[in-house]
Design a binder for this molecule. Structure first.
Ligand code: ARG
Length: 402
């Protein structure tokens, strides 16, 4: 009888590399490695081959860039989902998609178990395991690094003993995660929240002092909430995101330095680089301001915060998230038009907006002769609108004079 199998989400890094050997030794499992390409700048084919060299019985590579952009990033953009007002959720959006491919590969390979390389301190373990449970509640999950409780030095030692290649290049002091929607950077000196991030913490964006002296203008076309063209040129969503990352990064746009509340109760200092994920929500929000009725915009803002929390907490596959998507999709029907954004010296600034669905009415807004707003109606409106406060104020007076 053959051995039982486990499908491991493999990144090529130290933790998931030692996990291959550890799963074999500790659980006597055949390890099937799964590498998911979400636009991280790694050499994905080399990563796939590395898993085989270490001892995985099979290793698969999935190009999920388009799926990630269309089915994960886009719904989050429609929801303007930004955690704690600043983090556009790149890592949080990626985990449920990786989990989906783990579950599918387990089905194809007849594996009863999947594995991930997360520690016990982060959000990612929650996102992987809750997503796997939602997609196949009968699968087992093993988290080798969490279970083993190994230190970084211990992992390197273990790798050496088992002939697992450890990158000999000057070890980055940071823990980095990257995909199309952003890059995160933690650890090292960044663990002191008072210390300004050193230059080597960044890789996608220039320092503002190095930004060009001429601005770039981006006219972003949206159709039903989806960005479809830049400066009149139609672009696939993946390409459009990559272009904005490049141009935005050149202007020093997209750096976030924040103190963040993890789901597991820890406050953590995070550095993000995410030019496209700053520019697109900015433009998208502005187009909503132009095309959505007032009460809808206000009500949606509350749900946006909830949406971000649901994504951050790993509840991507959940009835609440499905219901939120239905609401948000309905709101996007009229979100079509063009937003003009100026990129300059670290700032992305909206400088123009237009839409066939625009609710902006010049004759209502203008202070010039064409004004069609009913000024006499304002008087009665204020009387009734302010009535409860007036009643309250009179009562206050009476009580004070008693
Ligand atoms: N703090 C961010 C989040 O929770 C980034 C996590 C990065 N993950 C990682 N394994 N390095 O989504």
């Amino acid at each position: 009888m053959g051995k039982e199998k486990v499908v491991l989400a493999y990144s090529g890094g130290l933790d998931t590399s030692v996990a291959i050997k550890w799963l074999q030794e500790k659980y006597n499992l055949d390890v099937i490695a799964l590498v998911v390409n979400l636009g991280q700048p790694a050499d994905i084919e080399a990563v796939r081959d590395k898993a085989l060299a270490i001892g995985a019985v099979e290793s698969y590579m999935i190009d999920a860039r388009k799926e990630f952009a269309e089915e994960f990033v886009l719904p989050a953009l429609k929801a303007n989902a930004v955690y704690e007002g600043r983090y556009p959720l790149a890592t949080a959006l990626a985990r449920p998609l990786i989990a989906k491919h783990l579950v599918e590969q387990a089905g194809r390979s007849g594996a009863k178990t999947v594995a991930h390389g997360c520690t016990g301190k982060g959000n990612d373990q929650v996102r992987f395991e809750v997503s796997v449970a939602a997609l196949n509640p009968f699968l087992e999950v093993i988290a080798p690094i969490r279970e083993w409780g190994v230190s970084r030095e211990g992992a390197i030692e273990y790798a050496r003993k088992h002939g697992i290649p450890v990158p000999v290049t000057k070890k980055s002091p940071y823990s980095v995660d990257e995909n199309l929607w952003g890059r995160s950077c933690e650890c090292g000196v960044l663990e002191d929240p008072w210390v300004e991030p050193p230059a080597d913490a960044f890789s996608w964006t220039r320092d503002v002092s190095q930004a060009p002296d001429e601005p770039d203008y981006m006219e972003i076309d949206f159709r039903a909430g989806k960005p479809v063209a830049i400066n009149g040129k139609k672009k696939e969503f993946v390409k459009l995101i990559l272009d904005l990352n490049r141009v935005g990064g050149k202007h020093g746009i997209g750096r976030v330095d924040m103190l963040e509340n993890r789901l597991v109760g820890i406050k953590t200092r995070e550095i993000y680089e995410c030019p496209a994920a700053i520019i697109l929500p900015l433009a998208h929000r502005e187009l909503e301001a132009l095309t959505l009725e007032r009460d809808l915009v206000h009500y949606k803002a509350g749900l946006e915060q909830k949406y971000a929390e649901v994504v951050y907490y790993g509840q991507w596959y959940s009835p609440l998230k499905e219901a939120l998507d239905a609401f948000i999709d309905k709101t996007q029907e009229s979100v079509s038009g063009t937003i003009r954004v100026k990129l300059f010296k670290g700032n992305a600034i909206v400088v123009g907006r237009r839409s066939k669905k625009s609710l902006y009415d010049y004759s209502l807004a203008t202070y010039e002769a064409a004004d069609a707003f009913s000024h006499e109606s304002a008087k009665g409106f204020i009387k009734l609108f302010g009535l409860p406060i007036k009643v309250w104020a009179k009562k206050q007076r009476k009580q004070e004079s008693r």
